[in-house]
Ligand binder design. Structure first.
Ligand code: URA
Length: 258
């Protein structure tokens, strides 16, 4: 983040986020995804959120509506948020991939690599204090390490992404809990840690000399994620009929930004 960017107002950062979305809309870095998607699901919510969620990739409902987490997993995410006193409009929700993989297949390593600049720009511009990664793909990408979610969930750590230190909080993907009551309990327990984590505020930020300057509209720090294709699928329930609840974000603004 340049010093100009670190001094920018929330409104300026929101406008910059819109520009990144405009770039993403025309993205053809992944020819198969560009040819098969209906929309680019950039993300939605509060563009100045303290808490950001990063899921895996849009499913059929998200691809249709252009808004992340509008299906059953999204409905569960909203319920879990409400249980800790938060609304969807308080947070920003994004995905590792902005385009739907055909048939809900897993994201390919090349696709994750192609798409990661958008996520890093979102983090830079939204400036969240806490990033909650939902499941393996986003956790591995942002940590730059193949350790799986089963070992990491519920354990916050401070991570420097680009020029910003954030509290990373990996949790299971809500889709994994749709049909498994024990997983739902684990997810609830991990969600219960969120208010305390948010109350800690932002971690100490690195001095500007410690991290490299970022040039260009779509370049950012962070390492390419190592994806272990052997991990269990997390989006099995993703194609379920949209459960509603995310549509208000799309109505609020062309982008779903608040
Ligand atoms: N699962 C995800 O990972 N992202 C979505 O947007 C919906 C379901």
């Amino acid at each position: 983040m340049s010093s100009a960017q670190s001094e920018s107002t929330p409104a300026q950062r929101r406008e910059a986020l819109k520009e990144v979305f405009a770039q993403a809309k025309g993205c053809v870095r992944c020819p198969e995804l560009a040819a098969t998607r209906r929309t680019v699901v950039f993300g939605s919510g509060n563009a100045d959120a303290e808490l950001m969620f990063v899921g895996e990739a849009p499913g059929a409902s998200e691809d249709e509506q252009g808004v992340p987490f509008v299906g059953r997993a999204g409905k569960l995410l909203e319920t879990l948020l409400e249980e800790v006193g938060l609304q969807r409009t308080d947070v920003f929700i994004a995905n590792t991939l902005k385009c739907r993989p055909p048939g809900n297949r897993d994201p390919l390593p090349i696709e994750i690599d192609n798409c990661q600049d958008y996520l890093h720009r979102q983090v830079e511009l939204i400036q969240p204090t806490v990033i909650c990664t939902l499941g393996n793909f986003s956790t591995k990408l942002l940590r730059g390490d193949p350790t799986g979610i089963t070992r990491l969930h519920g354990q916050p750590e401070v991570l420097t992404l680009g020029r910003r230190a954030v509290r990373l909080y990996p949790i299971f993907h809500p889709a994994a809990a749709l049909y498994t009551p024990r997983m739902l309990e684990t997810l609830r327990e991990d969600f219960a840690g969120l208010p305390q984590l948010l109350a800690m505020g932002a971690p100490e930020q690195p001095s500007l000399e410690e991290v490299p300057e970022i040039d260009g509209a779509l370049s950012a720090g962070g390492q390419p994620g190592a994806v272990d294709p052997g991990e269990p699928p997390e989006r099995a329930a993703q194609d379920d009929v949209a459960a509603g609840g995310g549509g208000q974000a799309a109505e609020a603004d062309q982008l779903g930004l608040f």
